[in-house]
Design a binder for this molecule. Structure first.
Ligand SMILES: *Cc1c(COP(=O)(O)O)cnc(C)c1O
Length: 470
């Protein structure tokens, strides 16, 4: 495997980065003591740093990567497109990749009218604006408030933060935001002591019903992450909650926005997470909006999309320009990114020699990995372990606020990219880990856990709360 010469001979990337780059989600001062790793190449699920170390990308580079880095079909699609049309504005013009991708996404979801941006947070903004604007166009301008869930995360721009319930990300900007209502999460870990999961789920549904009964006239939409609240620490909940959401949103004429940015594209075992909610009569449960990003391009190029119903679309269809959805981004529908996304969809559509598609192969791989991580799940300091699709999480009994950063650093030294959220250790690996890579990850996670807990147990006791950063 080759390391790019730029990495070998161009000096100290890490130090130059500290001077020139302001890193995301980072207190830069911490990089004085713990400089960022410089990654110069990648090979499937492996990252290669400027010292030639191989690091397994066990968080899929912030949940974006599906099929490993430098995945042939995506690379070929982008390269082919680069020889045809690199970029063109999408207002007044169109191009084959954006048309084909929009048709394919509509087929897959039953929603259509794809509207594009480049990041997840922009998709959230678009969905919120579209929802409120559609009510406005329908003569119900009073319906302009939003509901989010406890622990919900929808991005960092001002509108997205206003429906995000992660205080660490939100507090400094609180005066700039028009906060949404935050309703209880169905996450069973929030159940009061002695309350069974089922009763907790019902109480979350009752809280939503009660809120909507009182406030539906002012509520445009409810936004949530279906099945897994990622930034809350991979909180997983029962699809029955989504059935109730659909029923209540219909009853009270409120849009349901499904933020599938992290959970779309097979992460939870189905192509989209909300597809695991099925009506008693077998009918699919459909949201009014779906936000997509992250895995949409297989983790290669920034692209996001919002899909919606014919009904919402119709609310903008008018002779008056101002009734149109006049939102835009310079790179809306970038052809290269659309080709990457089409290559991702093609990859999901093909079956291997055994007749298995990506989702079927993932089920087999997930069973094996769950077995390999049993020692971790049974670890005496693990309080709760959970798994869905290609996401695994373990809550560690450790109150030390530096657990996550210590674990992250120790894992890097062990050849693993992992970033616990607070005291929740999780992995969300690319779909292409073979058995030996899975074994490396499972054994590494356990070994690093023991090492970090031993290190922490030596510290004088701390009583500051854990600060969760994904
Ligand atoms: C990552 C994420 C976002 C924000 O996407 P960005 O591309 O980081 O702006 C929004 N919602 C969810 C559920 C996410 O996981």
């Amino acid at each position: 495997m080759s390391t790019d010469r730029i990495g070998e001979h161009s000096g100290n990337w890490s130090e130059r980065s500290r001077q020139a780059v302001w890193h995301p989600c980072t207190q830069m001062k911490l990089h004085e003591r713990f400089p960022p790793r410089a990654i110069v190449a990648a090979d499937g699920p492996w990252l290669i740093d400027d010292q030639g170390h191989r690091i397994l990308d066990a968080v899929s580079s912030w949940w974006t990567n599906l099929f490993g880095h430098n995945f042939g079909p995506i690379r070929e699609a982008i390269t082919d497109q680069l020889g045809k049309l690199d970029h063109v504005m999408l207002a007044g013009l169109t191009h084959p990749p954006v048309v084909a991708l929009s048709e394919r996404l509509a087929e897959l979801t039953g929603l259509g009218h794809a509207f594009y941006a480049s990041d997840g947070a922009s998709a959230t903004e678009i969905a919120l604006k579209m929802s409120a604007h559609s009510w406005h166009n329908r003569g119900q301008a009073g319906k302009n408030q939003f509901i989010g869930l406890q622990g919900g995360y929808h991005g960092e721009t001002a509108g997205a933060l206003s429906v995000t319930d992660i205080p660490l990300f939100r507090e400094a900007y609180a005066p700039l935001l028009r906060l949404s209502a935050t309703l209880p999460s169905p996450d069973p870990r929030h159940a009061a002591p002695g309350v069974p999961a089922q009763a907790h789920l019902q109480s979350a549904i009752d809280a939503l019903a009660a809120y909507l009964a009182e406030h539906h006239e002012h509520t445009a939409a409810l936004i949530l992450e279906p099945l897994v609240q990622g930034a809350a620490g991979m909180a997983m909940y029962d699809p029955a909650y989504l059935l109730a959401v659909r029923r209540l949103c219909d009853q009270y004429q409120v849009h349901w926005i499904a933020d599938e940015i992290a959970v779309g594209f097979g992460r939870t075992g189905t192509m989209f997470a909300h597809q695991q909610a099925v009506m008693p009569d077998g009918q699919d449960v459909k949201p009014d909006f779906i936000c997509l990003s992250k895995g949409l391009t297989g983790g290669v190029l920034p692209l996001s999309a919002v899909l919606t119903t014919d009904d919402v679309y119709a609310a903008f269809w008018d002779d008056r320009v101002v009734h149109g959805f006049l939102h835009s981004h310079s790179y809306t529908g970038n052809p290269l990114a659309c080709r990457a996304a089409l290559a991702v969809l093609d990859t999901f559509a093909v079956q291997d020699e055994q007749g298995l598609d990506v989702l079927a192969r993932n089920r087999i791989a997930a069973e094996r990995f769950t077995r390999l991580t049993e020692p971790l799940s049974r670890h005496p300091r693990v309080k709760s372990s959970r798994h869905i699709g290609m996401i695994w999480a373990w809550d560690v009994d450790c109150a030390e606020p530096t657990f996550a950063s210590r674990y992250h650093r120790a894992a890097l030294d062990a050849g693993l990219l992992l970033r616990p959220i607070g005291s929740t250790l999780y992995t969300m690996p690319p779909y292409v880990l073979g058995e030996s890579d899975q074994r490396f990850l499972a054994e590494g996670m356990l070994r690093v856990l023991d090492q970090v807990l031993a290190e922490i147990d030596q510290l004088p006791s701390a009583d500051t709360p854990v600060v969760p950063v994904p």
